[in-house]
Design a protein around this ligand. Structure first.
Ligand SMILES: NC(=O)C1=CN([C@@H]2O[C@H](COP(=O)(O)OP(=O)(O)OC[C@H]3O[C@@H](n4cnc5c(N)ncnc54)[C@H](O)[C@@H]3O)[C@@H](O)[C@H]2O)C=CC1
Ligand SMILES: CCCCCC(=O)/C=C/C=C\C/C=C\C/C=C\CCCC(=O)O
Length: 259
């Protein structure tokens, strides 16, 4: 899939990894709707991007991914403005083991909500032109972070949802691919605020620090290396791309738990 002229929606794109994804899509010729609940950061980013890429290629929409109604309205506005949706990036996420139900509602349910609501705009069976969804998971969706069982559970959930949805879409003829991006630690606001949001297992902060030192920390720009392949390569479906400071690789899973 060539990106030039395509329309992408990126959730949680006012800052951090989502912002880097939005910028990369714009640099490659796509039109981008930035959805975020931080209005000030979102509006300010759009002003910057308008200057860099011209006034008609980027749109900010205030949207909390905890609300199906807000996501639905944002998708509708994107379709009215740009004529369709080809790419959805479910990136919005938080780290908060204290408010763990909210963490599930944004990281996992927010991703499912976005995917299920974009189907009506992409599904080839109902007149759509197909598309691709990328879910921003984490390597905590492949391995485990003992200091944050709930965050780990949400990211494992996102990877499992990605693999099952991809298979379901093929079996149903929807023409929608779905892949997961699984970065290691990245220097963003989420990463900087982890210490105060550990909750139940804050006693394990030291072990987490050791892992950070062992794995290293990515910049947002480094995280999105490899992202384009998940979007443009039509053979990639149900894949989880691991991104670490020194390597990028696709996760492998057992063919069957009973093998
Ligand atoms: N920073 C890291 O070390 C890693 C982050 N990730 C994942 O990457 C994604 C982005 O994280 P970062 O850029 O680090 O975070 P960030 O905190 O820098 O940015 C998150 C953005 O999402 C928005 N957001 C939060 N809740 C929202 C909601 N309910 N509705 C709409 N927008 C919302 C925020 O306003 C913000 O603009 C998350 O899913 C996170 O779990 C994955 C691996 C590593
Ligand atoms: C606690 C900060 C969370 C920041 C957000 C995030 O998703 C970062 C995750 C980064 C890495 C840790 C996740 C899982 C660890 C899995 C495997 C580690 C392998 C360790 C090894 O010995 O090789």
């Amino acid at each position: 899939m060539a990106l030039n002229g395509k329309t992408a929606v990126v959730t949680g794109a006012a800052m951090g990894i989502g912002r880097s994804i939005a910028e990369l899509l714009l640099q490659n010729g796509a039109k981008v709707a930035i959805l975020d609940m931080n209005e000030a950061a979102g509006q300010s980013l759009v002003e910057t991007l308008n200057k860099e890429h011209g006034p008609d290629r980027v749109l900010f929409l205030l949207c909390n991914v905890e609300s199906g109604e807000e996501i639905k309205a944002a998708f509708q506005k994107t379709v009215e403005t740009f004529g369709g949706i080809d790419i959805l990036v479910n990136n919005a996420g938080i780290f908060n083991e204290i408010m763990w139900e909210k963490t599930i509602g944004i990281n996992l349910a927010g991703c499912i909500r976005g995917a299920y609501l974009v189907i009506e705009h992409m599904n080839k069976l109902t007149g759509g032109r197909g598309g691709v969804i990328v879910n921003v998971a984490s390597i905590a969706g492949i391995g485990l972070l003992s200091c944050c069982p709930v965050y780990t559970a949400t990211k494992h959930g996102v990877v499992g949802f990605t693999r099952a949805f991809a298979a379901a879409s093929v079996a149903s003829g929807y023409g929608i691919r779905m892949n997961a991006l699984c970065p290691g630690f990245a220097q963003t606001d989420l990463f900087s605020s982890v210490q105060s949001r550990l909750g139940q297992f804050s006693n394990l902060a030291g072990a987490n620090q050791e892992l950070i030192e062992k794995l290293g920390v990515l910049t947002s720009a480094e995280v999105v290396q490899g992202f384009l392949e998940l979007v443009t390569d039509e053979t990639k479906n149900g894949q989880a791309l691991i991104v670490l400071p020194k390597e990028k690789k696709y996760a492998t899973f057992p063919v069957s738990p009973t093998d």
